[in-house]
Design a protein around this ligand. Structure first.
Ligand SMILES: Cc1cc2nc3c(=O)[nH]c(=O)nc-3n(C[C@H](O)[C@H](O)[C@H](O)COP(=O)(O)O)c2cc1C
Length: 327
């Protein structure tokens, strides 16, 4: 979740809570701020279609800025965002009312104007372009690089795997984040939120299956996101082949989200998705960091409880035979 969609105190609470829980924090496409770093947690830097934080004058990838970001010890990996489940084919949207001084300077954009990211990376028009970008970012940063996408048609997955095998494993992504079609967002058209993109119950086994079919399962880690809010959903995802999961709205609940659906209006009553300092009063980063850490710890504990009930020593040993989806 980007800084911009989220407020300063929300990012502070998440970075502290992630540190306490020993989990990572993904920056989202709004670049990395000092508030991400101050909590001391591990960070995944997301390279969105607007390349905020690693952007050159022309809007392309700045190698110098990428190296500077990679120079931070806390930055463990880079995620190239192709798409997000809530709005396939649509870029990032941050309404001008939320583009404050600090967000504008973090992103390198003018204050008060809508921040609209392109709906795709202009330099990625085919799987070979994507592999070139993965390889280039890894060469420059020296850190693992992956991609994030919501799945619709699956043909490009075969092409991607075939080209990796033809060009060599040095072009393979280190991880693939499969986002669910029913994923969340700070702002998106209703028509896309409800109807576009496969849910993770379908797309996760599809991606895992393709990687296995092409002999790349050991090379590429699989992460999934999309309503991984309770332990059963997480355990089911592990059964379907995920190596780990990302959660966004689950942690918004830990921060105190009451789902008032005002994220894009800058009037969030809980201070999570507003830059109005008056409304942020109730979000104390130190107190909320504990709630973030407790939520993560309890979620992981309960997944272990489910794993033991399935007769395996730890969640990573959960397999498809442990899961039956009753529809
Ligand atoms: C407020 C908000 C902001 C988000 N910003 C981003 C973003 O910048 N980049 C991105 O790839 N996904 C973004 N997402 C999507 C989440 O990262 C995640 O993929 C999706 O919400 C599914 O997870 P969930 O069901 O746990 O929320 C955002 C989601 C929310 C709720």
């Amino acid at each position: 979740m980007s800084f911009g969609a989220l407020s300063v105190p929300a990012i502070r609470a998440l970075s502290r809570g992630a540190k306490q829980a020993g989990i990572w924090l993904n920056t989202g496409e709004g670049a990395m701020s000092s508030f991400h770093l101050e909590g001391g947690c591990d960070l995944i830097f997301q390279i969105g279609t607007a390349k905020y934080g690693v952007r050159n004058e022309a809007g392309g990838l700045s190698e110098d800025k990428l190296q500077a970001v990679a120079g931070h010890e806390q930055v463990k990996m880079f995620e190239i965002k192709l798409s997000q489940g809530a709005k396939p084919g649509k870029g990032g949207i941050l309404p001008g009312v939320k583009v404050t001084e600090v967000i504008a300077s973090t992103r390198g954009i003018p204050v008060g104007q809508d921040s609209l990211s392109p709906n795709r990376h202009p330099e990625i028009a085919c799987v070979d372009d994507l592999l070139d970008m993965i390889h280039r970012v890894r060469e420059i940063s020296g850190k693992p690089v992956g991609l994030k996408a919501v799945i619709g048609l699956a043909g490009w997955l075969d092409q991607l795997c075939e080209r990796i095998n033809e060009r060599g494993l040095q072009y393979a992504p280190d991880f693939f984040t499969v986002d669910s079609g029913d994923g969340g967002t700070g702002a998106a058209p209703q028509s896309l939120i409800d109807n576009m993109g496969l849910p993770v119950q379908s797309s996760l086994p599809l991606v895992v299956g393709k990687l296995t079919e092409h002999g790349l399962r050991e090379r590429v880690r699989v992460i999934c996101s999309g309503k991984m809010i309770n332990p059963a959903a997480v355990a089911a995802a592990l059964c379907l082949g995920a190596d780990c999961i990302n959660s966004a709205r689950g942690f918004m609940f830990a921060l105190g989200c009451v789902q008032s659906l005002k994220c894009n209006k800058n009037t969030c009553p809980t201070g999570i998705t507003t830059h109005d300092e008056e409304l942020q009063q109730g979000l104390n980063p130190v107190d909320k960091a504990d709630r973030v850490a407790n939520y993560a710890a309890n979620l992981m504990h309960e997944v272990e409880v489910i794993a033991h009930s399935c007769g395996v020593a730890e969640p990573r040993l959960l397999r498809r035979e442990h899961l039956l989806i009753v529809s």
